[in-house]
Write a protein that binds this ligand. Structure first.
Ligand SMILES: Nc1ncnc2c1ncn2[C@@H]1O[C@H](COP(=O)(O)OP(=O)(O)O)[C@@H](O)[C@H]1O
Ligand SMILES: [Mg+2]
Length: 263
């Protein structure tokens, strides 16, 4: 079991599976690759297998919905991919680089330069305007042209005319669009969204997923979206279903039109 470690230079992943270069014999490496990834918790003498031997590959420009009931391991899966949590076993590669054995400082750099996060409750800064919230996302990732990038991305999500509005002046769907813009403005190759439609009505939720779907294809970003809503998942072009910490299906999907969805 790996313990939390505050020595920033110390490896936080077990280095037990070191050995790079053994997967590149043919073809390009996927952007995200998980090989036998587990996250177990020891609780009161028992073991909770939040993730149990997950194998998953996601390429650039893929829009993947992670579907599963509450407690199935969806958040844990996003957290280990996003370097917010450390697996207890297995191996993760991001952009062809092995993350196994990375120090806390290296994980920090990974979050900053590879990942964008979108949350269920938007998590915008209430005292910043829409534009400033998005600019913050670009700035944290170290983009020199943060203000210009923010303006462009806000336009991309259809909110150019709301740039000077504060979060409390926006609807839930608009706030989530700002949060999407903030994640995209970082210009990072991976966007992770944990139940981004959880606080929205069904129709707005579908619009948010359709927006994420569109930006995935135009930007080449890999987007992983978690939901427990099977109808909303039908908007995806790939659905990975989790149950009790295991992948029980991983299928291509023909995205359903809004009018075909039932709520
Ligand atoms: N810090 C923790 N300690 C113990 N068990 C946890 C912890 N975090 C999550 N779990 C357990 O792991 C399982 C998966 O949780 P989670 O990934 O949050 O599921 P989901 O996001 O699909 O609802 C659940 O059984 C949950 O209770
Ligand atoms: Mg969750």
């Amino acid at each position: 079991m790996v313990s939390a470690d505050i020595d920033e230079s110390a490896p936080v992943y077990g280095a037990h599976m070191a050995g790079a270069g053994d997967t590149a014999a043919h073809g390009r490496k996927p952007l995200i690759s998980l090989d036998g990834v587990s996250r177990h918790y020891e609780i009161g003498g028992g073991i909770v297998k939040a993730l149990d031997a997950i194998d998953l590959e996601v390429g650039a420009g893929e829009f993947v919905v992670i579907l599963g009931a509450s407690g199935s391991g969806k958040t844990t899966l996003l957290n280990v991919i996003g370097a917010l949590d450390v697996p207890t076993a297995g191996r993760i590669e991001i952009g062809g680089n092995e993350v196994t054995g990375a120090s806390r400082r290296e994980l920090f750099a990974l979050r900053r330069h590879e990942i964008g996060f979108i949350f269920q409750s938007f998590n915008l800064f209430p005292g910043l305007t829409a534009l400033e919230n998005v600019e913050f996302g670009a700035d944290v990732a170290g983009r020199g042209d943060a203000r210009a990038a923010a303006g462009r991305v806000l336009e991309q999500v259809g909110l150019a005319d709301r740039a000077r509005h504060f979060p409390h002046e926006l609807s839930g769907g608009e706030q989530q669009r700002v949060a999407i813009a903030r994640a995209l403005a970082a210009g990072n190759p991976i966007v992770l969204a944990d139940e981004p439609t959880g606080e929205l009505d069904f129709e707005t939720g579908v619009q948010i997923l359709e927006l994420l779907h569109d930006v995935t294809h135009t930007s080449g970003t890999a987007v992983l979206v978690v939901t427990h809503n099977r109808e909303i998942a039908r908007v995806a072009d790939r659905i990975v279903e989790l149950s009790s910490g295991r992948i029980v299906s991983d299928e291509a999907n023909v995205p359903a039109a809004m009018s075909d969805l039932r709520w």
